[in-house]
Design a protein around this ligand. Structure first.
Ligand code: ADP
Ligand code: MG
Length: 503
């Protein structure tokens, strides 16, 4: 496999009144596990169901109910860990995080504080132009989601929907390795891409499927390097945590705004108070929600209803052996096997379905030409029609046929666009279209010569001009193409026109 090596991008620098500041960011990403049932009950996880219709007794916190671990959720967490090249902990344990909230009827959230199922891993976050940030993962743990309080349906009452209560989440905690707003959103999108390849999280940010708590601090140039050398956090600034973000655009805005807020305080001789803040996109500001002093004492303790979770290496090995090819590997292979540019390979591997479609088009054909047709013609057209690859009106086989027809000089690239349009809109077979519509390229030099002769004879004045100025030969080429309905092989026409004009 091709080894892609990248340089690290420069950190985001903000110039303050007293000198430069650098950004330091660490993310806690909550990814909803893609499973049919909840983490500790058999209730459905289907999105958009009638409120409170997917609630088992255990989700509702009924007395005497016992949680039973859903094996598939564990497998999904292991898969995710393996996809992030992380250490899988064969023994992990569940703890209770105690707090009261109407959408949490148990009175505690079951999470993994002390012994998470997944340990240290890493994610390569490409930033374009041959640059990439390697973001280290600290841990991934499994935990329950809470329900949803609804305050805007009635002027005097609040409602609660427990459908989401107890749904499995993976909390993916990064090291503070992210150095700018763009890196933060690229990091989330990379996690999303990997999890979608793995099938462990749908990554639908609008539905709250993937959300992030964003930790931001600022420091002076050189401080981050000192932190990396020593591991001593005191070289970094105090962080604030912006809670529950589910849009990459807002994450970028919030980071920038929060960093500037901190810089203003520090340059004014103030101190940053560690706290959780919320982002208000309309006002364009972050606002304090609660400070460290008011932090809840969650009184974590091991959940007595659940035994430590023990899994076997052989089971992990089986999961590992069945993992699909992941984005980095696929991209490297596309570059090596099909001769694609870094950019084209990134576009084609962004989604697994797109990559699979491209491979069918390119199989046994010119990879670059296939990439061109998939990215520019097909993706362009799908986007225009607001369709995705799964609902593409033209199949990979048929698009492959078109690429083959171009490559074999049966049709020109220009005619191919017409063939594509007919195949796409009329659901027809490209070979059949070319045959029935008489679209084959004329490569028969005799026929082209005849057409050239005819035009030369009919336009003596043009011939004189072209002889004086060879650039004007293009006019003849254009006339021949017109006369042949665009079907003449352009290279052959060029050559014959030049020869006949004696250029
Ligand atoms: P807590 O358990 O209090 O949330 P963690 O040590 O688990 O604290 O850190 C939470 C997140 O904050 C992690 O993603 C970590 O990388 C990030 N983080 C820690 N220190 C900083 C810092 N100085 N600046 C930015 N992010 C930080
Ligand atoms: Mg935290």
């Amino acid at each position: 496999m091709l080894d892609l090596t990248y340089d690290s991008p420069a950190p985001k620098v903000i110039a303050g009144a007293t000198g430069d500041w650098e950004l330091v960011i660490g993310l806690e990403v909550h990814a909803q596990v893609a499973t049919n049932a909840k983490l500790f009950s058999g209730a459905s996880t289907l999105f958009g169901a009638e409120p409170n219709s997917n609630v088992a007794f255990v989700d509702a916190g009924m007395p005497g109910m016992l949680p039973v671990i859903n094996e598939e959720c564990v497998a999904q967490a292991v898969r995710t860990g393996l996809g992030l090249k992380a250490k899988i902990n064969l023994v992990s344990a569940f703890d209770r995080k105690n707090y009261f909230y109407p959408d949490l009827p148990q009175g505690y959230q079951i999470s993994q504080l002390y012994h998470p199922i997944v340990g240290e891993g890493e994610v390569l976050v490409e930033m374009g132009n041959g640059l990439a940030r390697l973001v280290r993962i600290e841990r991934i743990h499994l935990e329950q989601d809470a329900g949803k309080s609804i305050h805007d349906m009635d002027p005097t009452m609040s409602f609660v929907d427990l459908n989401r209560t107890g749904v499995a989440l993976m909390e993916i905690v990064s090291r503070p390795d992210i150095r700018g707003p763009e890196e933060a959103s690229a990091y989330i999108l990379k996690l999303r891409q990997i999890m979608r390849y793995l099938g462990t999280c749908d990554g639908d940010m609008q539905n709250g499927n993937l959300r992030a708590d964003v930790n931001v601090s600022v420091c002076r140039p050189g401080d981050y390097e000192r932190f990396m050398e020593t591991g001593d956090f005191s070289h970094l600034g105090t962080r604030c945590e912006i809670k529950n973000m589910n849009s990459t655009r807002f994450i970028q805005q919030a980071i920038e705004i929060e960093a500037r807020r901190q810089i203003a305080i520090l340059e004014d001789g103030g101190e940053i108070v560690q706290e959780t803040r919320g982002f208000d996109p309309e006002k364009g500001e972050t606002r304090s929600q609660r400070s460290k002093e008011e932090a809840h004492d969650y009184r974590y303790f091991p959940d007595p209803d659940l035994l430590p979770l023990e899994i076997e290496q052989a089971w992990v090995d089986d999961i590992n052996a069945a993992l699909p090819e992941l984005p980095d590997a696929k991209k490297a292979r596309f570059i090596a096997n099909f001769g694609l540019s870094d950019y084209d390979a990134s576009v084609l591997t962004a989604e697994g379905e797109n990559a699979a479609f491209f491979e069918k088009v390119a199989e046994g054909r010119d990879g670059k030409l296939a990439a061109n047709w998939v990215i520019n013609e097909l993706f362009g057209r799908l986007k225009k029609d607001d369709k995705d690859i799964a609902s593409s009106p033209i199949s990979a086989e048929r698009l492959g046929q078109i690429v083959g027809l171009i490559k074999s000089d049966t049709i020109s690239g220009k005619i191919a666009k017409d063939v594509f349009d007919i195949a796409y809109t009329q659901n027809r077979d490209p070979d059949e279209i070319v045959e029935t519509e008489g679209m084959k390229q004329v490569t028969d030099t005799g026929a082209i010569e005849a057409a050239v002769d005819e035009i030369i004879t009919a336009n003596p004045a043009q011939v004189e001009k072209a002889k004086a100025n060879p650039k004007l030969a293009g006019w003849f080429v254009g006339q021949v193409m017109k006369a042949t309905g665009g079907k003449a092989n352009p290279a052959a026409v060029n050559q014959i026109v030049s020869a006949k004009l004696g250029l």
